[in-house]
Design a protein around this ligand. Sequence first.
Ligand code: BG6
Length: 477
Amino acid sequence: IPVEDFDLVIFGGTGDLARRKILPGLFRRFLAGQMPKGARIIGAARSELDDAGYRKMVDEAIGEFGGVDAKRADLDAFLAQLHYITVDARGTDGWSELHDLIRFDLVNAFYFSVAPSLFGDLAERLHDYKIADDDSRIVVEKPFGRDLETAQALNNTLAQHFDETQIYRIDHYLGKETVQNLMAVRFGNLLFEPLWNNHYIDHIQITVAETVGVEGRGAYYDQAGAMRDMVQNHLMQLLCLIAMEAPSVFDADAVRDEKLKVIRALQEPAPHHIVRGQYDASKTAPGYREEAGNPQSHTESFIALRCEIANWRWAGVPFYLRTGKKLKARSSEITVVYKDIGHSIFPGDEKRHRNILRIQLQPNEGMELQVTIKEPGPGGMRLIDVPLDMTFAEALGPDAEDSTDAYERLIMDVIRGNQTLFMRGDEVEAAWRWTDPIIEGWQRRGDVPKLYDQGTTGPEDALMLLHREGRRWQGIK
Ligand code: BG6
């Protein structure tokens, strides 16, 4: 869908996120013909640069992170739409100039790609210098607070100058293709929805496994841990999309109202339903504590937990969530495990037969439905379980493979003014309301994460979490 001309200001325009994700993403949208000629991207940061210097920096960033083999002419045309302005977020420098640069008759958006401690300063200056008006949009990144109190403070700060309809809180998992497909599959087919409840579903698993460690982000990560870094936002969003009721219409508030109800109904897991882990040093690689630069750290780089949603649809259905770093594979998967069939009519068939719907988010996007059929051949009525493979690239052909990065999709939604895939303030607060007591419980009890070997599935106890209930993890095992 084409967008209108716009001015997009990126605060922190020289920073890591801008160079790795935002600017290369915008370039790919440009290549896709989605950036109108009259659109401008204005980098804003403290460094003293001019337009030419900024274009050079972005040129290099695209070379490094763009993931495309671009023609020089395309690059030059894109770079010509870029500008730069030096601003001091906490001072007065640059703000009047920024005001003079903005074209108020067009869509304008301000991306806060800076530390959350600067959100308030930026919001205030945009307001005081009359740079943002009632139609402007602001985009904010995670971490959105580190607990309920800090998230509320951030929401209140932004609310002093902006209406909720102007605030776009990014959770990049909502920009992933399969995550959106989840809604299409659930609400675009008759086949799944009637069985999508505690009468037919035994349990649901969500795994987001990474092979990377904390790398250069140790200082941030050690204050966060997997619970704050991944569960409170990304896994919670996946859980909401899986568990929510059908909104009456696919629009921002209808969808977010339904997600909020799920978070509010989410029960606090019992302490013995949570397993925390921390990756150990191996012969060749440093462990978490060394990478994080904190030899005493009790921060978890892995977490697995079992929780329940107390509502009519889901009462009694366990949801198992698991995420961690330095695991054996990069794999994000949602698995819906149906109940066993009630009674087998086939003599001698003692195996449990159950349908399993696997929704693979990454690395390969697709879905697979395990069904039971007769084993081919003359051997009689012997049953086997086979996958009905719906890998999108295979079903739709390689051209249908969508390489659009989550960020580029979400930035274009900002320009279009579509908030459906962004978190509303009350959603973020509700997620912290669930997370906070869990973390407080660890602190109160002096909980220490279990060490696990790199390249595995995490601590043994995480396997036990399911084994003792007669279940097992799907996905990475
Ligand atoms: C980020 C977390 O939000 O998501 C990182 O801060 C994590 O720790 C990343 O590695 C995972 O994102 P993706 O898209 O690679 O699954």
